[in-house]
Design a binder for this molecule. Structure first.
Ligand SMILES: N[C@@H](CCC(=O)N[C@@H](CS)C(=O)NCC(=O)O)C(=O)O
Length: 207
């Protein structure tokens, strides 16, 4: 059985969606970030970057942190048909490229932008806000280009590229982020992914 250390966050939801897509049983172990559980020694011994998600696969004995690495592990171990990550060829690398892009660009930038938007007035730094907002506009344009010509998914077929992006872009849509709602292909993609039963289950797994 896989133990997933997590909580109700965008990065953890990527993993619960993948687990649900592949019908993998898992035990959700709540890490209370506001209580600082992620900085306790027992957790740091497994996840030195003090962040969720982290999985511990009791079958293989393998532990993995970083959502993109976790999805790659789940696909390699439990997805013989390549449902969320093709085994070889262009489709595999397009999916990995999309997953790395999310982890390197979309996640950090939207995360910092959200930190600024939700900061107390005295902690807001206008130059930072401007920087992250401008980059968020550029990044949503990249996603829109990935969907150009009415492509239904970010990397050809449905894949870990879509799973990595969905919880973040759904949160941005819920906030009515202007640069996003002006991009109809991107909004249609969010709605399309959100219709998948496994995605709906995964989004709710930690409440
Ligand atoms: N790049 C990481 C990001 C993980 C991350 O930022 N997790 C947040 C919750 S969504 C966290 O655990 N924050 C706690 C902390 O930084 O102390 C991934 O994709 O797994």
């Amino acid at each position: 059985m896989i133990t997933l250390y997590g909580g109700p966050t965008t990065n953890v939801r990527k993993v619960t969606i993948a687990l649900e897509e592949l019908n993998i049983p898992y035990y959700p172990n709540h890490i209370l970030l506001h209580m600082g559980h992620q900085r306790e020694e027992w957790f740091l011994a497994m996840a030195p970057n003090n962040k969720i998600p982290l999985i511990d696969d009791g079958e293989s004995g393998i532990k993995v942190w970083e959502s993109g690495a976790i999805l790659t592990y789940l696909a390699d171990q439990y997805d013989p048909g390549g449902e969320i990550l093709a085994k070889s060829g262009q489709a595999r690398y397009a999916a990995l490229q999309g997953a790395f892009f999310q982890a390197a660009h979309i996640g950090p930038n939207l995360g910092r932008l959200n930190d600024q938007l939700t900061a107390a007035d005295e902690d807001k730094i206008p130059a930072m806000m401007e920087l992250f907002y401008t980059e968020a506009v550029r990044l949503s344009g990249v996603l829109q280009r990935m969907l150009d010509d009415e492509r239904p998914y970010l990397a050809g077929n449905y894949s870990i590229a879509d799973i990595m992006h969905y919880p973040w872009m759904k949160a941005a849509l819920d906030l009515q982020f202007p640069a996003l709602i002006e991009k109809p292909l991107l909004v249609a993609w969010i709605e399309r992914i959100g219709e998948r039963p496994a995605v709906q289950r995964g989004m709710l797994a930690f409440g």
